[in-house]
Each structure stands twice: as structure tokens, then as C-alpha cells.
Design a protein around this ligand. Sequence first.
Ligand code: SF4
Length: 595
Amino acid sequence: MNGYTGKLLHVDLSNHKTWVEDLNLDFAREYIGGSGLAARYLDERIDHQTDPLGSENTLIFMTGPLVGTAMPSAGRYSVCALSPLTGIWGEANSGGFFGPELRFSGYDGIFITGKAEKPTWLSIVEGKVQLHDASGLIGCDTYETQRRVRQMLGDERTRVACIGVAGEKLVKTAAVINDHGRAAARTGMGAVMGAKNLKAIAVRGSAAVQLANAAMFRETVKQIAHRLNDDLAAQAMKLAGTAGYVNMGLMYGDMPIRYFQQGEWEPAENLSGVLMVEQYQNRNTACFRCPIACGRETRAPSYQLEKVDGPEYETVAALGSLLMIDNLETVIMANHLCNLYGMDTISVGCTIALACELSERGILSPADTDGMEIRYGDAETLLRLVEKTARREGFGDVLAEGSASLAERFGVPDLAATVKRLEVPMHDPRAFSGMAAIYALSPRGACHMQGDIYGVDTGQGLAPELGILPGERFDSSQEKGRLAALSQAWRSLYNALILCQFQNPGVDLVLQALNAATGWDYTVEELIPIGKRIVTQKRRINLRRGITRKDDSLPKILLQPLEGGTEGNVPNLEEMLTAAYQEFGWDAQSGIPLL
Ligand code: SF4
């Protein structure tokens, strides 16, 4: 089977059973892979009553047709299920080497149902599947878990995806971690894994991914490598990591400060990726076959850290400027804790920032927080709260439920910076109005990986053949709403392939790679409809879970004008939404898919 192994592994943890299902090729052709294909499969397995932390929720690990091939920057995998944080469609994806190794072990994806009686880990080695007792791994951090699992299998080349203490404790913002500190972080997929009593999945194999036209695929890869030399964004990322965006983000007012309420803060420049390179970086790191190598290995001498995975832009903002922390070493430490415990840095940073805001407004007092004074800019408080969240210790048990729950608990739901209960990532929609529509429409809640207008409006990741062209950044017109829909469709296709969104060789080469791998004959005109089909599929799941048009909204806190780089801009969401609905083929008023 070209571009796919053609096999999906099922694991029923309640009954200690595993079996293999043939990949449904019709589904694959329509939804490609990754979160697109996972959504198609999940749709049949859940209903409006399914408990995200119940044994009936299906946790899906899915790859795509380019994963594990020579395609640059295509070494990713998706983790999807109903989210315990939001109650709706949940998805996260991660780089590293786990995705390709899963394919080499013989499978395109894994479906996990049920709940193991006792802690369990799963191994898939050269197609052979085994369930093991994980009692001895409980309480281990994610790095130790990976190390021990590799040791138990006696093969250092084994790739491990696992949860840390946060996943074990069902922290709603828990992540799945692989390849040291690579995280499938968003929407609490680590808690779903924890609820199933599944501590880790280890994969190892030597099967090759079969390609329909190997010669054309090789030629495509060569052309992509050639074009990368002219891709300035990718070159900048190689030099300074994603945190290289800090200065530009500050200039545009895109990098959130003081829980999204301050437009400028000069000390945030101390968080820049260039400074990180100069003062705290050991080396670049890369995912499977990625020439960009945006990853960082860093050190933080003040915290006795010599060699840890470094924070990327989202983390630098969420654990830095959002909390009025301008010390990179503190951010490196907080990021490392999140990796060890297995938590989403965006959601954790946002929730702690909300706690700072509630304290400042006198809504939260030390009586609520185990006697702690919670303040912006306090490194010690940040690190303690990260640990308390992961362990659900005292006030950490409240933070472990996420921002929406925290705001509701203290009677101020409007202060939650969430969309559909997922914390807003670190691109302010007041800086790029189109991001307002992206966040409101994103099926998993506020998400910058389902449309990157902040990049498009600054000339990055363009796709002129698909109508994805830069515009005026404060524009909130219907035209911008249509652009948001197209951008979301295009990135949803990326998340199906699964291709890293920092690899932008052009529509022609992405299409050529897909066709050369699978032997299909897609045309440029068919790409956006595939993306729209995927977004619509996820929306159907959400509609069944009770989502309505009123949920396609932005938190009030993001609709206050700010001074600084955003120049007082407030996006007109309604105008953009109506046009985006129409572009997707949904009812313009209700947002319900018409077909
Ligand atoms: S650009 Fe960065 S995140 Fe993307 S595949 Fe390469 S190393 Fe991984």
C-alpha cells in the first residue's frame, strides 16, 4: 500500500486485547491522515454522552502518508480524543521521532480504548504488540520513563511517548511527551492516557514506508531542500529558534503581556531567541529529517540545569511575558518542569497568569492559595505553582482544571482567556485581526496551529494558488474572514499529512510529495476542499457535543483595546465569522454544515 502501512492497531485495555484493522482507504483518501483521519474515525466512536476521561473515549495516535519518508520536517504524529479540558474534539501533535518509528514498527495509527486494571505500558516492536506492567513507572517523570522503558526493551533506538505525574493525576492540561521534551501538549491528551492507566507507548521497527513513485518523491525532496535556502523564515528559525519571533511579536503587539492586558513591556526583550542562543543555548536540535532544526538544547546555571530542552516561542510568552517574567533562565526552568511532569506550557502559563490577575484584583487571597502570595513577576511563585498543578497539591488541584474552571470557581467567567475552554495561545488577535476568526473557528478551541494569519500578513507561509495572500493586519472584513477559512483549511491539511508548519516549500511541492507517496492524483483545486472537509468533520463532532455559534467567540479580555503595537485595534469577529462560515459551506447564521 503506497504512502500507508495500511494497518491500524487496536488496543482494548479493559480486556487486555489487541487486534489489527485494515486502514479504510476511502477514509484515507478523503481525510489523508493525522488529526483529519483521526476525526473521521473518532466520529463513529463517541456520542454526546461520552466521558472524555471514561473508558469509552478512544485515544488515537495517528500518522500521515509523509511521516517516516524522506520528506523534510514530516516526522510528526497526532494524538486525538475527546478532550477532558474542553469536553469537545481534542487534538495535539508532536515532532521528534516517535511518529516515524510507529510507522517503521508497522502501523499507521493506534486506537486505545478501555481502561487497564493496573498501570500498563505498551510496546510495538517490529509489529509485535505487548502490554506490560507499569507499576514500577508510576511517579516517574517523563524523561525517566522514557529511559527506563528503553532499558527494559534493551534497545536504545526505541522511541517512547509517555505521560508524567500530571497525566497520572488527570491534570486537565496534561501532555503526552516523546523524544525527551517534545510535547503533544494541547487539550489534555495526557489526562486521557492517564485515565486509561496507560503510562507509555514504545515503538521500534525497521519497515520502510512504500512510495508509489520513489523517483518523483526523491526529486520532490531535492527541490524542497533547494527552496529552503530561500526561505528566510526557516533560516531565521534555524538561527534563533521559534523564540526568534519575540522581537517581531513585541513590535506588532502580538506577544501577550500581563495576561493579555498590557500592550508594551520593554523587559520582554530579555526573552528573545537571540539572547537565548548567545547566553543559554548548547546546540540546535531537530526532529526526524528536518533541516530547519528549530529545537534548542539549553542550560540554566541559576537552576543547576546543564542540558535541558529549551522553550519555544509559545512557552517563552506563556511562562514569561504573560506573567511579567523577563528572566530566560526562569522560563527555561519552568518549561523543564512542564516537560518533566508532562504539561501544556500554554495552558499552564495562562492559568497561572489568571491566578495572578485574580490576586491583583483581590478576588483570590492567600486563604485560597495555601497561604501563598500570588503575584505577577514572581519566579518562585511560578515554579511552585507549576509543581503544585502537576501534583494537584492544595491550590494546584484548582489550577489543574484549567483557566475556564478557575474563573468560574471565583465567579468571574469573563476573565478566562479561553475559546471553547482552551487557553488562548501566544498570538494576540488584536495584532492580527484574522487570528480572531481562526481562534473562534478552531475545532479544538483557541489554536494558532489551525491557521496562521499572523504569519500570512507578514509575508510568511503564503499559498497564492490557494488564495492565501497577505493583507492589512487590522482588517476585519468579510474578505479577511474568507482568508481565515482558507488558511484553516490549508493548515488542517498540513495537520493531516502531517507536515510541520515551519516547512513551507510551496503548494506545488507539497502536492507533488503527496501524490508521489500515495499514487493518487490530487490537483491543486482539490486541496482546500480536503482541508474544509476535515474542519467540517471536527465541527460535526463538536456540534454533537453541544457547541453552537455562540461558542465561536473570543473572550472579553481579548476585546479590550490596548496601546502599543496593536494601536488600539479590536477585531470585528462577527463580520469575519459570517464570511468564514460561507466559505466552509456552513449556514451563515448558525454555522451548521449544510451538507
Ligand atoms: S521545524 Fe522544528 S518543530 Fe518543525 S520539524 Fe523541524 S525541528 Fe521539528
